[in-house]
Every structure is written in structure tokens, then in C-alpha cells.
Design a protein around this ligand. Structure first.
Ligand code: PAF
Length: 284
């Protein structure tokens, strides 16, 4: 497996693959790989001729009081997981390589970045869109793979790719969950044993909400039931619970319609997000 620390080297390698007519898949990550990432890598390996995984903890997408410094990192383990999974190249740029001192351009996907995560993490999606654009330009993939757990991120990236005509297909893969229902996340490493149990209540609450939504209960009541369940069964403090249109991400109030039921909640310094698609005939 090749290790590319610079954009120039990564582009050289990708161009050589392109010349041979090989289909290139990219799995962008911030490292500390877990089962969710591995499912994206597996999908990429199955469907592409060459697979690149990028590992870069992107400072632009963290707010000043967020966990950039303490974000878990373990490049040695990531390398060995990637090698075993059949990855062809690991793109591991430094912050200086991605953002030299003269750097000054950013990408804002305006409407889709406003609500949900965007409302509580100002600037987050500007950071995500900007780094993903740079990763696409560095790795030159035909296909890029993202997880449904970060639903809004996937929608924002799809829009950016369409608006700016990136010649890449975006594939969104289902959320991988532990047997308890807890969604795989690098931030789960912050949780102790009993906190993990409490965290699994978030998915239970979403499942309960999905049942009520299917039964056409009004959105306000579904949201209240999800919040009450979390408050009763865990110490998590809820930041938001929302039912949104899967494409526009605007709030959906008509009971039973296709929607994404999403939430963010905190336990001490740990902040988790999760979502579930509700209503009929949904595809991400
Ligand atoms: O989902 C993530 O891990 C990150 O937001 C991404 C897409 C790699 C951009 O830094």
C-alpha cells in the first residue's frame, strides 16, 4: 500500500491509474478508523479498481471550543487496517500541506448548511465542503464514499459536487451500528462502559420515533416522545431532535411523509449525532 503525504504525489499516482482506465474510489476520513469506515472501504474495494483512503483531521471543521486537539488519532492502526482491507493508497497530508499560510478560499453550501448541525456548529459545513473539495482535487476519484450517519454532510457534499461540477459520483452507505444500536463513530472512544449503554438509548429513541411517524403521529409529538425517551433513559442532554425533508433538510411537519429523523445530544464533553430515515420509499 502506497503512502502519499503530498497532494502532488497523490495526483501523480491517481493520474497514472486514470491513464490505465482504472476506476478510482475515495473514502475520505479523519482517521481512527472503525467498522463504519471499514464498511465504506469494503464497498469501495468491491466496486472500484483502485481505492484511496484519506486520513486528515481537518481543523477547518472544528469550532474553537470543539475537540480538534483531543480528537482520537492512531495512524499506525489505520495503516494496518487499510492494508488488510485491500486499500491501494493512503493519502495523509499535513495541515500545512492542505492549508499553507497563504490559504484563503472556502466553499459555502448555503441553504443546506443552515439548519440542524449547521445551526449549532457555525462554520462546520464550510470546513467540510472546503476540505472535501480539496480531497477530491488531490485524489481525483471517480467515486467517493460517505456514511449516512452524517446525513447532512452527505447532502451538503452532493450539492457541492453538483454545483461545482466535480466529475465524481457520491455514494452514501448505511450507518453501521454496534449490536446495542449505537452508531459507529470515532467519538465513541470517549465513552466509558456505562456511558456506552446510555448512548445506545439514542437509537432506541429514534426507532420509537420512527414507529410513531409511521403511525402518522404529528411531528411535534414524535419529537416530544423522542426527547422524553432520551431524558428518561439516559443522562444525555438533547441539542436538537428534528424531522426534516430528506432533500432540502427543511423541517417536515406533515405526519408520515418521507423524512430524516435526526438528533444531536451531549453527555459531558461527548457530543453524538444519529439519524434514521422514516416514511415510505426513501433512498439516500
Ligand atoms: O466525515 C468525516 O470524517 C469528515 O467530515 C470528512 C468527510 C472526512 C471531512 O473532513
Amino acid at each position: 500500500m502506497l503512502l502519499a503525504p503530498t497532494i502532488r504525489r497523490m495526483q501523480e499516482v491517481s493520474r497514472s491509474w486514470q491513464k490505465k482506465g482504472l476506476a478510482i474510489g475515495l473514502v475520505p476520513t479523519m482517521g481512527y478508523l472503525h467498522e463504519g469506515h471499514l464498511s465504506l472501504i469494503k464497498k469501495a474495494v468491491q466496486s472500484c479498481d483502485r481505492v484511496i483512503v484519506s486520513v486528515f483531521v481537518n481543523p477547518l471543521q472544528f469550532g474553537p471550543s470543539e475537540d480538534f486537539e483531543s480528537y482520537p488519532r492512531d495512524l499506525k492502526k489505520d495503516r494496518s487496517l487499510c492494508r488488510r482491507a485491500g486499500v491501494d493508497a493512503l493519502f495523509v497530508p499535513s495541515a500545512r500541506e492542505m492549508y499553507p499560510a497563504s490559504f484563503q478560499t472556502s466553499i459555502e453550501v448555503e441553504k443546506l448548511s443552515r439548519g440542524l448541525e449547521g445551526a449549532v456548529r457555525p462554520g462546520h459545513f464550510r470546513g467540510v465542503a472546503t476540505v472535501v473539495a480539496k480531497l477530491l482535487n488531490a485524489c481525483l476519484p471517480n467515486v467517493a464514499f460517505f456514511g449516512q450517519k452524517d446525513y447532512q454532510q452527505a447532502v451538503v457534499i452532493r450539492q457541492m459536487v453538483a454545483d461545482l461540477n466535480f466529475p465524481v459520483k457520491i455514494v452514501v452507505c448505511p450507518t453501521v451500528r454496534e449490536p446495542s444500536g449505537l452508531a459507529a463513530s470515532s467519538r465513541n472512544s470517549y465513552l466509558g462502559e456505562s456511558e456506552r449503554k446510555e448512548a445506545s438509548m439514542l437509537y432506541r429513541a429514534l426507532q420509537l420515533g420512527a414507529e410513531k411517524w409511521k403511525a402518522k403521529m404529528p411531528a411535534e409529538e414524535v419529537i416530544r416522545i423522542v426527547k422524553d425517551y432520551i431524558a428518561k433513559h439516559s443522562g444525555f442532554e438533547i441539542e436538537y431532535v428534528e424531522t426534516s425533508d430528506p432533500k432540502t433538510l427543511l423541517p417536515v411537519r406533515e405526519a408520515g411523509r418521507p423524512a430524516v429523523l435526526s438528533l444531536a445530544a451531549r453527555l459531558g464533553k461527548v457530543r453524538l449525532i444519529d439519524n434514521i430515515l422514516v416514511g415510505a420509499g426513501l433512498k439516500t
